[in-house]
Design a protein around this ligand. Sequence first.
Ligand code: HEM
Length: 257
Amino acid sequence: MSESRGLLKSHIVKKYWMAFTGLFLILFLTGHLAGNLQLFMTGYAGQLQFNEYAVFMTTNPAVKLLSYVTYLSIIFHAIDGILISIANKKARPVGYAYSKPEKNSIWSSRNMGVLGTIILVYIVVHMQNFWYVYKFGSTPYMQNEDGTAPLLQDGSAVADGIVENGRVLVNGTDMGPVMKDLHSIVVDGFSEPILVSFYVLAMIALGFHLVHGFSSAFQSLGLNHPKYNPLISKVGYAYAIVIPALFAIIPIYMYFM
Ligand code: HEM
C-alpha cells in the first residue's frame, strides 16, 4: 500500500517537472520563432540583422544563462518523458492495439512518447546543422556590403583587416572577433530539399505534441478550473498550429526564395 502510494507520488512529481520544463520550452519556442522570423528579411540588410542577432544571442550573459536552462530543460523533459512512458506501459500491460482507448483520448495524447522522440532527433540534427557549426565549425564571416572589409562583432568594418582563427588582424594587431555569417549557413542548409522536408515533417510532429502537451501541462501543475479549461484548450490548439506552421514556412520560403 505504502509502496504504491510512493510510486504514485513519484509519478506526480515526474508529471509536475514534465509540465514545468514543457511550459519553459514553450516560452523558448516563442522567443526562438520571433528571432527566426528575421530570416524573412531579404538582401544584405536582412543578412546583417540576422548575424547581429546571432552575436547578441551568443554573447549576452542573460541570454547565455537562458540557453543553459533550455539545454537542461530539453534533457530533463526527455528523460522524464521516457520514464513516464515506461511507467505507463507497465501499468497497462495490454497494448492499445488490443484494448479500447478511452473515448476522449485523442491520438496525440496516446503517442506523446513517439512524438517526443521524433522532436528529440530533430533537435539533435538541428543543433548539429546550425548551433554546432556556428560555435565550433569553420564558418564564413561577414564583410561590408561591397565585400572589401571584414566586420567586427559590433558591425564595424575593418579596412585592410584579414581574418585568422576567427579574429580580425590589421598588420598583426588583433582588432577583435569577426562577425560570423550564420545567415549563409542557414541559407545553405535550406537549399537542400531533404533538410527542408525533414524540418516540415518534424514541425508536424511538434504540432501534435503541443496539441496535447499545452493543456496537459496546465492540468499537471494544477492550473485548471472548469471555467477556464475550454479557453486553455482553445489557446493550446491555436498555439500548436500557428507556431509549428510558422517554423515550417521558414525553410520552405528560404528554399524557394
Ligand atoms: C525554421 C526553423 C528553425 C530555424 C531556422 C532555427 C534556427 C536556429 C539557429 C540558426 C540556431 C543557432 C543559433 C545560435 O547558436 O544562437 C538555433 C539554435 C537552436 N534551436 Fe533552432 N531553429 C528552428 C527551429 C527550431 C525548433 C522547432 C526547435 C525546437 C523544437 C529549435 C531548437 C533550437 C535549440 C534548442 C537551439 C540552441 C539554442 C541556444 O543555444 O540557446 N529550433 N536554431
